[in-house]
Design a protein around this ligand. Structure first.
Ligand code: SF4
Ligand code: SF4
Length: 369
């Protein structure tokens, strides 16, 4: 497992974590086997938004005796109505289900309390000013929650949350399909600037990226933008999807849902994948509105005779546009070779499929750092 810093928190989070939406309505033994396998593989963060009693009881059982190894993320505003998930803005009901979470997980606290699933300005205003944020802050003061998160699928409101200064963690869909949606890049930069940890959900755009169809119809919650149809290549692999998401600025972790231990192991095989298997440069150009000349950190331009990790160098440079934080500085310093080692041979520019002017970029990087 690889670990990454989670924003301003003092936590190192597993780069691949676990979404648990596929573990609903399954027998307890099955749920326990997936959770324990995840823990054994070093996963330390679990998104647990479902509120159904049986789901919570199974999870509580799975985490018994393992609480110290797991960050549990609960959602204020997620409830169970007649056996089905329902988002609520009834604060008393949300509180009731949060207290139920603590009881059924047999714990005194959650690691993250999310202001759950907020999209659109009206709902954002309600969540931030209508008691939900106050309640989450009260739980932090009481020791019932360590960090406050915000989950949503709309760039404009997610960005407001990040810039509000009230949240530690954002959970937002990040995937190949929304590579170029309006405002996403600003949102990611804003997370870095405000040191807000970013948990990427929907790494496969709800599975649409992995289907063989060449035209996919994406919903708002899968895309993080207005629903639309998009063309794609017929074959995109899970490893390419994960590789893309983990290379995006600000992303601390992704939360793919895994239904079985086998599926979990397949997902974690990402860490043993070759650079060729991780290379997503042949698929990203299919996603509309791609801007020629922008680096997507794919490293398709390697090898560099000076052994510069070109993708990471440009990534850190772009993260530093809003100021060089100590984390960015130390990540830059940790690279064995950097922009000052560029001998301007130009071979990377010939190989870059996206027309990035790498030599000029290296000069800029060198100046900034
Ligand atoms: S310069 Fe081009 S090939 Fe290299 S990492 Fe950036 S986008 Fe990829
Ligand atoms: S131009 Fe610079 S960064 Fe690109 S391959 Fe040559 S030495 Fe490496």
């Amino acid at each position: 497992m690889q670990y990454r810093k989670l924003g301003k928190t003092d936590v190192n989070i597993s780069a691949i974590s676990l979404g648990t939406e596929y573990l609903i309505n399954l027998p307890r033994d099955h749920v326990v086997s997936v959770i324990h396998s995840a823990l054994d593989h070093g996963i330390n963060y679990f998104d647990l938004f479902f509120a159904q009693p049986e789901f919570r009881d199974n999870m509580g059982y799975a985490f018994k005796d393992h609480r110290d190894k797991a960050m549990l993320a609960a959602h204020l505003g997620s409830t169970d109505q007649n056996g089905q998930y329902e988002r609520t803005r009834d604060l008393n009901l949300a509180i009731e289900f949060f207290e139920d979470f603590l009881r059924r997980y047999n714990t005194d606290y959650v690691d993250v309390i999310y202001l759950h699933n907020s999209d659109g300005q009206e709902d954002y205003d309600l969540v931030m000013n209508g008691g939900f944020l106050d309640t989450a802050q009260k739980y932090v003061k009481e020791g019932k929650a360590k960090f406050i998160g915000f989950s949503g699928h709309t760039v404009s409101t997610a960005k407001q949350a990040v810039e509000s200064g009230y949240i530690d963690i954002l959970m937002f869909p990040i995937n190949l399909a929304n590579n170029a949606i309006e405002g996403r890049k600003d949102l990611l930069n804003s997370c870095v600037k405000h040191n807000v940890g970013l948990i990427a959900m929907k790494p496969y755009a709800g599975g649409k990226l992995l289907q063989k169809d060449q035209v996919m119809s994406l919903e708002h919650w899968q895309l993080g933008a207005d629903k639309r149809e998009m063309e794609k290549p017929s074959v995109i692999t899970p490893i390419q999807c994960i590789s893309y998401v983990l290379s995006q600025i600000g992303v601390s972790s992704i939360v793919p849902g895994c239904k079985t231990v086998e599926h979990l192991k397949e997902t974690l095989s990402y860490f043993n994948a070759t650079d060729e298997e991780k290379d997503f440069s042949n698929v990203i150009k299919y996603f509309q509105q791609y801007v020629e000349g922008e680096c997507v950190y794919c490293n398709h331009c390697l090898p560099c005779p000076s052994e510069i990790d070109i993708g990471q160098t440009i990534r850190l440079f772009e993260m530093a546009q809003n100021g060089i934080t100590p984390e960015i500085r130390s990540a830059y310093n940790a690279m064995q070779k950097n922009a000052s080692d560029c001998v301007q041979c130009g071979s990377c520019e010939e190989r870059c499929p996206f027309g990035v002017e790498v030599i000029a970029k290296m000069e800029q990087v060198n100046k900034v750092f």
